[in-house]
Design a protein around this ligand. Structure first.
Ligand code: ADP
Ligand code: MG
Length: 708
């Protein structure tokens, strides 16, 4: 693959690139002409306008042109060599100062006409410090670094800005002509998009900022368009390949279910139920994401859908990411549905083999209506008699892939995905772009807001006093720690990448010691219990039951309680080392309280070491709205970290910014979905190539994108 006249041309064929440089370039992913074309500048500097020396502003970057009047070189006290040129342009004098570049003394000489770009400072005299320079040569070719909007690239060792700029220029002038236009003309026209060749030359060497905008928009549009096209295909496949069950939503069972509830549905719940009913009666498979904050009442909405499935003679499944959550769902659903004669079974790994096998065969024979379990268990071995509906809870926690596994086993159920992490619309369109969306915005009426306080260590005593008051009133409390136990091997909780650098070397409270201390000293008059992820399921189960029954008053826990536990009488949550928890994690934790009739209090003991941690604490203190928190979280951490890891289906985005370029995402989405609606199999001439382009683009990069 070394043809010289193609985009595959290795960079070695470029002027100025030998084996060494080519090796260095490969460190930043540049191996071919095409790589160079798509190695977009990280930013730009406006060096298009000359400033007269008398007009410079201290602290600003300026482009100057002037003649060297004197040139000196000296050694500073620090030992560094300082080369200084007094430069004049007839409006004034300025001193260009370079450190540690002694060779400049020989490269420059009195009388040279210079272009200088750099920051203006005032130390004794007016200076332009460490400027980039060019000696003006009227016969020289076009300058890449001066007198224009100049691209600034991210660099790697041994590759400097000027050099990379030169390579980019070679790529643009010699190879840009070989790029193929992938976007059909009508899409370019509708979107007022420039063509790819124009975009590539202007993204590197923009003639104007207006052209740069157009270039950027075009390149990002194409990236987003391909992504949305893949999502549109995924949706098309979901809809096309399956003969969907069409349920009857009216019936005795559904009626009794509604009647059995002690409350009215909220508007958001009603809307979500209506959305679901529309899906499951449409004759096409439901593929819906139900978003709603903790406590917004998603589970009841899901239960309603489960009931409809059962009423129509089909089994239903609800899959949870953790055992704790599965058990919790099981308890809630049993309470809701068993009285109606619906049989509910729990499948988690803690169950012994024999019982498990019994449940398997009951499911196969159709004796079980609803199966609740962890996704792992359900995926592995379960065979259904007739599966009608799959509810997947906390989807984002276990990835997009699993969603399809049950389907691949030959079942064609309706699918409802629930998540309590409110996903900003931006991301919803990207990651779950193939799902329909229902959002429950409000919490059920009568919920008391949770007062949240961030306090420092010195307040610990008064915090304990406050908790004692609550206990005296008959309430219960959670104390959440970041670690299970002390010492090496203790699993460190923490949001993302900062944990390693920051958390080593200072002591976080751990649940085991905290439990001992609270039990024997602080809350010696009360029953204190402990729960954490290393306990067996049976133990955890017992502890949760005790706490729910009110036997234990204080529950010392790790974030295992993040999801699931529903104890309305618990009104206080104390989070130790709150700076170690992620924003959505804190929000989830806080969702454990404020579930009953009493005022609730969330107290965050924290000593944040970074601005990011401070921002998190301020955000959680400042609002109860999960969507606001999610947006703050996204803002603080960026999309990648927001989702944890790539396996959660967030495709790699190279050029665009899914937050800032949301408008581009929306128009790309519209174009892509319109295209698939009109020509789902790429039959039209100007769409044909897209199939292959997609296959290449998403090869191994995005789960579930099956093209064709
Ligand atoms: P989510 O799953 O969204 O976190 P749940 O479905 O677990 O929320 O609901 C939280 C609590 O609110 C449950 O105790 C549930 O019974 C109750 N609930 C749900 N919907 C309503 C409603 N419309 N009015 C009052 N309480 C409700
Ligand atoms: Mg729930």
């Amino acid at each position: 693959m070394q043809e010289k006249n193609s985009l595959d041309t290795p960079v070695r064929y470029f002027k100025g690139v030998g084996p060494k440089k080519s090796e260095y370039l490969s460190k930043i992913g540049i191996r071919s002409a095409e790589d160079l074309l798509y190695y977009l500048p990280a930013r730009y500097e406006d060096r298009s306008k000359l400033t007269s020396i008398r007009d410079v502003k201290i602290g600003q970057m300026h482009l100057l042109r002037g003649e060297i009047a004197t040139l000196t070189s000296r050694r500073a006290k620090s030992g560094a060599v300082v080369v200084q040129a007094a430069v004049t342009d007839r409006t004034g004098f300025i001193h260009a100062t370079w450190f540690n570049q002694p060779y400049l003394k020989d490269q420059l000489k009195k009388g040279d006409e210079l272009l200088l770009y750099g920051k203006i400072e005032l130390f004794d005299k007016l200076q332009i410090v460490q400027p980039e320079y060019e000696i003006v040569d009227e016969n020289a070719k076009e300058s890449l670094g001066m007198g224009r909007i100049v691209p600034v690239y991210s660099l790697t060792a041994n590759i400097n800005q000027k050099y990379l700029r030169g390579l980019a220029f070679q790529a643009v002038t010699k190879y840009q002509r070989y790029v193929a236009e992938d976007l059909p003309t009508y899409i370019l026209a509708r979107g007022k998009l420039v063509d790819l060749k124009f975009a590539l030359s202007n993204i590197h060497f923009p003639v104007s900022f207006d052209n740069l905008d157009k270039a950027y928009r075009r390149i990002v549009f194409e990236e987003f368009f391909m992504l949305q096209l893949a999502l549109a295909l995924r949706k098309r496949d979901a809809v096309k390949k399956e003969a969907a069950l069409s349920f009857n939503v009216k019936g005795e069972l559904a009626d009794s279910f509604r009647m059995s509830l002690a409350f009215e549905f909220t508007e958001g719940q009603k809307k979500a139920i209506a959305d679901i009913e529309r899906d499951i009666t449409s004759g096409r498979p439901m593929n819906r994401l139900l978003e709603g904050d903790v406590g917004s009442g998603k589970t009841v909405v899901a239960a309603h859908a489960l009931v409809v499935s059962v009423q129509n003679g089909y089994q239903a499944v609800i899959m949870a990411p953790t055992e704790v959550l599965a058990r919790q769902h099981f308890i809630v659903l049993s309470e809701l549905l068993m009285p109606l004669g619906v049989s509910v079974a729990l499948l988690v790994s803690g169950i012994d083999q024999k019982t498990k096998e019994g449940i398997y065969s009951d499911i196969k024979e159709g004796k079980v209506d609803i199966v609740v379990g962890t996704h792992a268990i359900i995926q592995e071995a379960v065979e259904f008699k007739a599966l009608g509906l799959v509810v997947i809870d906390e989807q984002h926690k276990f990835g997009v892939t699993q969603r399809s596994i049950l389907r691949q086993k030959g079942y064609s159920p309706h699918v409802l995905v629930m998540t309590a992490t409110p996903i900003p619309r931006t991301l919803a369109l990207t990651v779950y772009g193939d799902l329909d969306l229902s959002v429950i915005r409000e919490l059920p009426k009568g919920r008391k807001p949770i007062a949240t306080y961030w306090v420092e260590e010195e307040k610990r005593r008064s915090v304990y006093d406050f908790i004692k008051e609550e206990l005296k009133k008959g309430r219960q409390a959670y104390v959440v720690c970041a670690l299970i136990e002390k010492g090496p091997g203790a699993r460190v909780q923490g949001p993302g990448k900062e944990k390693k650098e920051l958390y080593d070397g200072y002591d976080a409270k751990n649940a085991v010691e905290m439990f001992e201390k609270l039990k024997s000293e602080v809350f010696a008059d009360h029953e204190v219990a402990l729960i954490h992820g290393r306990m067996s399921s049976a133990e955890k189960d017992r502890v949760m039951k005790d706490f729910k029954k009110g036997k234990a008053k204080v529950l010392v826990a790790t974030s295992v309680i993040e999801v699931g536990l529903d104890v309305p009488n618990a009104t206080v949550m104390l989070v130790e080392n709150a700076e170690r928890f992620g924003l959505s994690q804190l929000h989830q934790l806080r969702g454990r309280i404020g579930r009953g009739e009493h005022e609730s209090y969330c107290i965050l003991l924290a000593d944040p070491k970074t601005d990011e941690a401070k921002k998190r604490l301020e955000a959680i203190e400042g609002t109860l709205d999960g969507f606001e928190i999610a947006e703050a979280d996204l803002d603080i951490r960026g999309p990648g970290e927001f989702f944890g890891t790539r396996q959660h289906g967030l495709p790699e985005i190279r050029f665009g910014d899914i937050l800032k370029d949301f408008d581009i995402m929306e128009s790309a989405r519209k174009a892509a979905f319109d295209l698939i609606a009109r020509d789902p199999d790429f039959r039209e001439e100007h769409h044909r190539h897209l199939k292959e382009r997609l296959a290449v683009r998403f090869k191994g990069k995005m789960d579930l994108v099956k093209v064709g």
